[in-house]
Ligand binder design. Structure first.
Ligand code: HEM
Length: 513
């Protein structure tokens, strides 16, 4: 079983972006853009970003420093900006999954979208805050410079041949950006091979001398860098790539290493090569009239087609008094099919997401929950209990009230925001603050840097105190993805880290203005 110990917001979110973000769909079918293809642009930016790595001192690598390097001739091209726009528009960044991780995801989707190998995804890259060295190889440089550049990036001369052939199976060279390479001004883009897909045509056409690859046969001999690299070992490596299995396997391995090349000290997560079997979403609490409710969901991968299946949430209270030893139970309120995106489609995987909305006595509350999946066919029910420890609710004294909070929309403009209402088990002398992570900056050009703001909440006059609870509030941007909560009630501190705002279900409130 592919699983992890909950809570692990980083692994859960990495799985979600790999399997449930819409980014992959932009690469599906290897679609055209700017005379090239979307995946070609995504693969090129991944290589250029990684090119800053230096094995000798362990600096640079895939770190999104490309965002600060776009004015360099080596990084010229509309594809760079378009790719960064795709990444920010189709993957909502998180404190533990930033632009560098998204560039890595882009490379994975690029290969998969064009029929190439599926490579595993590890998250955990750290976004740079400044430019790296100017170390992207350029076509006019000689073989010795390229061999040294790849050595510094961590690749042998043979791996250099592989990496360049694997990269140059997609896309081509644009005339406007490289007029000294593509001299015919009628030629918008000179593709590296005659197929759009990720395949070894770049190799076979080169070996058959039919290639139109401008970096092999271009009019400018100085910029025939692919020729110099491909032929550097007497074509031995290129010959081996005539086997598409060898080509695909080598490319998968080399590009996986390429996207996992990070500065020393950066630790990547375990590689995700299949969706986690059971993923639980952020529990969402509400309090009203002496009763708490908790909504959550459970994603189940590859469920059999069984209409008799029942999925039940069970939980234990905080004192052990109101629930029997087997726990309180709440049946699923329904399920939806989850589309596991480009990669799930290739892997032939499906998933269902079961929803729960448990009604909980606010005084006895909840300490942990777990699930039972019963196929009702005589087989033993499956217990999903986080490896035996259940899914623990750390504290129930300070929580975002999902039904009192609001998603506020001004009908006259595009501006909207979220009114966060925090339920605090204490009086108005309590204090509570949130630190919000918003992956969006107010700029329309890279670098796209996150905004992190700490806000003290105020007593919410529109939600008067009720039962043991006082309500506090603050408005946050509509694009906040995660937040940390820190409260103090009568001198006792309560915290919750990485509350997932991307799954909240705040009621919509429209304000006409
Ligand atoms: C000596 C090494 C390399 C040189 C000199 C080189 C040079 C170039 C040049 C001049 C272009 C044209 C860019 C444009 O017009 O937008 C290009 C495109 C491209 N390169 Fe490389 N490259 C090298 C290595 C790599 C590697 C290692 C990869 C990835 C593994 C890669 C992936 C790509 C891709 C996918 C494109 C097509 C981009 C598009 O069509 O939008 N390149 N390369």
């Amino acid at each position: 079983l592919s699983t992890f110990q909950w809570p692990n917001p980083q692994l859960a979110y990495a799985d979600k972006m790999l399997y449930e973000s819409t980014l992959g769909l932009l690469a599906q079918g290897c679609p055209p853009r700017d005379n090239s293809t979307v995946p070609a642009q995504w693969l090129r930016i991944a290589y250029h970003d990684m090119s800053t790595h230096d094995v000798d001192d362990g600096t640079g690598g895939l770190d999104a420093s490309i965002q600060f390097e776009l004015d360099r001739p080596q990084n010229i091209g509309q594809g760079m900006v378009d790719s960064l726009d795709d990444f920010r528009n189709f993957v909502a960044g998180a404190p533990f999954l930033g632009t560098a991780d998204t560039i890595a995801l882009g490379a994975i989707f690029a290969l998969a979208g064009c029929g190439g190998p599926v490579i595993p995804f590890s998250a955990g890259r750290v976004d740079a805050t400044e430019a790296g060295p100017e170390t992207v190889p350029e076509p006019q440089q000689d073989l010795a410079s390229h061999t040294e550049a790849f050595r510094r990036q961590g690749f042998t001369p043979t791996e250099m041949i592989g990496l360049v052939a694997c990269g140059h199976t997609l896309g081509g060279v644009r005339q406007v950006d490289f007029p000294l390479v593509v001299t015919d001004t009628e030629d918008f883009l000179q593709t590296f091979d005659t197929t759009t897909n990720f395949d070894n045509a770049v190799v076979s056409e080169y070996l058959q001398n039919t290639t139109q690859n401008i970096l092999v046969v271009g009019p400018n001999v100085t910029t025939r860098s692919d020729f110099r690299i491909f032929s550097s070992d007497g074509n031995v490596t290129m010959q081996s790539f005539l086997s598409s299995d060898t080509f695909n396997e080598t490319c998968g391995n080399l590009i996986e290493r390429m996207i996992n090349t990070v500065p020393n000290g950066v630790t990547l997560t375990q590689p995700i090569s299949e969706p986690f079997d059971y993923v639980v979403s952020e529990p969402l609490f509400s309090y009203r009239n002496g009763t708490m409710s908790m909504a959550t969901t459970l994603r189940i991968v590859n469920p059999s087609d069984n209409p008799s299946r029942t999925v039940t949430m069970l939980w234990a209270d905080r004192q052990g008094s109101s629930c029997s030893s087997t726990g309180c139970t709440s049946p699923s309120t329904g399920f939806v099919q989850v589309f596991l995106g480009l990669i799930g489609d290739i892997q032939g995987l499906t998933a269902d997401r079961y929803a729960f909305n448990a009604t909980i006595n606010a005084t006895t509350s909840i300490s942990k929950f777990w699930f039972e999946i019963n196929e009702n066919d005589g087989s033993d029910p499956v217990i999903v209990d986080n490896g035996g420890s259940s899914f623990a609710i750390g504290q129930d004294s300070v929580f975002i009230d999902n039904s009192r909070s609001e998603f506020v929309i001004f009908s006259s403009s595009l501006i909207n925001y979220q009114k966060v209402v925090m339920a605090v088990r204490g009086d108005a002398s309590s204090s509570v603050s949130i630190t919000t992570f918003d992956p969006h900056t107010n700029t329309s050009t890279p670098p796209y840097l996150p905004t992190i703001i700490t806000t003290n909440l105020q007593v919410d006059n529109s939600n008067p105190a009720e039962g043991e609870f006082t309500f506090f509030t603050a408005n946050v941007s509509s694009t906040v993805t995660f937040l940390n909560i820190s409260g103090n009630i009568g001198g006792v501190s309560y915290t919750q880290e990485n509350f997932d705002m991307t799954v909240v279900d705040f009621p919509f409130v429209s304000i006409s203005q």
